[in-house]
Ligand binder design. Structure first.
Ligand SMILES: Nc1ncnc2c1ncn2[C@@H]1O[C@H](COP(=O)(O)OP(=O)(O)O)[C@@H](O)[C@H]1O
Ligand SMILES: [Mg+2]
Length: 289
């Protein structure tokens, strides 16, 4: 297949048969097991799954904060050996420096790279403009709303020009209205900057709205349960969320995740001392969901 001149050539994430084990109370427990997934250059890929299934563990592997026990993860063919400027990371909690102004926060990584002041400033201002934050460049983080802080966090992660953006439930702490605005800003920036994004969320609608492809994980130990392509055109619009395609995928994902949430809750109930009898209460669990 011939690559289009417009498609980005870098930012391919390849996770091959990755298992991560942690030791807990002397025993070894698999957090994720035999996971393989791929993000093509420029693709927006989400991972959804029940709490505790290993989503953050997987993202931390790609970020280079954690090494797989077995298997391998690479970006553009190079095995991941630690964090790097080719990968930007955004977490749920805002991690801005409170003593620096918005633009200084964005410029921080560039300063570390030795870029001169005027170049830094112009780069930071361009990105802040894309995120609708230019008017706030001289504010301090505590003068901003949660949504604005997270926008600064995204801009900061993008400032050093990564090919890959890794996001771990970045909008989880925001209210529903702000979330929708953030989703639109993020897709807008993603389209303009031509990045690959690996996005973790437990919000099904969010995963469909944003992604080209959604992976569903099983309850712990996390495995890939399904890979769902999202054939909706770009740019995505709010109206699409009520289209038959969107609704059908939403139902499919809901059913897949519900099964896994029940399995995860069953495991917790069993861990809590109810042992094999937990399933006797599963109708109650079902009713509660
Ligand atoms: N550093 C660690 N040491 C021991 N267990 C861990 C560690 N990090 C995560 N885990 C366990 O691995 C599993 C997956 O965790 P995590 O990746 O945070 O899940 P998720 O992000 O899907 O909620 C959980 O059972 C968690 O308790
Ligand atoms: Mg997590």
């Amino acid at each position: 297949m011939m690559a289009s001149v417009h498609s980005p050539s870098r930012g391919c994430i390849d996770i091959r048969d990755v298992t991560v084990s942690f030791s807990q109370n002397g025993a070894s427990l698999d957090a994720v097991s035999g996971i393989s997934l791929k993000v093509e250059p420029g693709e927006f890929v989400s991972i959804v799954g029940p709490s505790g299934c290993g989503k953050s563990t997987l993202l931390n592997i790609v970020a280079g904060f954690l090494s797989p026990t077995r298997g391998e993860a690479s970006v553009d063919g190079a095995a991941i050996r630690g964090p790097g400027a080719d990968r930007g990371v955004v977490f749920q909690q805002y991690s801005l420096f409170p003593w620096l102004r918005v633009r200084e926060n964005v410029e921080f990584g560039l300063k570390m790279q030795g870029m001169c002041s005027s170049e830094r400033q112009s780069k930071a201002r361009t990105l802040l403009g894309l995120a609708g934050l230019l008017a706030f460049e001289n504010h301090y983080p505590d003068q901003l709303s949660g949504g604005m802080k997270q926008r600064v966090g995204i801009v900061r992660a993008l400032a050093t020009g990564p090919q890959v953006l890794l996001m771990d439930e970045p909008f989880g702490a925001l209210d529903a209205q702000t979330r929708v605005v953030m989703q639109e800003i993020l897709t807008n920036m993603w389209q303009q900057l031509r990045l690959s994004v690996l996005f973790i969320t437990h919000d099904i609608e969010e995963s469909i709205f944003l992604s080209d492809k959604v992976y569903v994980m099983t309850a712990r130990p996390g495995r890939i349960k399904a890979e769902i392509p999202i054939p909706l055109p770009r740019p995505r619009t709010a109206e699409m969320t009520s289209s038959p395609t969107f609704v059908a995928i939403q139902q499919q994902l809901k059913a897949l995740i519900r099964e896994e949430s029940l399995a995860a809750m069953g495991g917790e109930l069993a861990d809590g001392g109810l042992g094999r009898d937990w399933h006797l209460g599963s109708e109650g669990v079902r009713a509660a969901l």
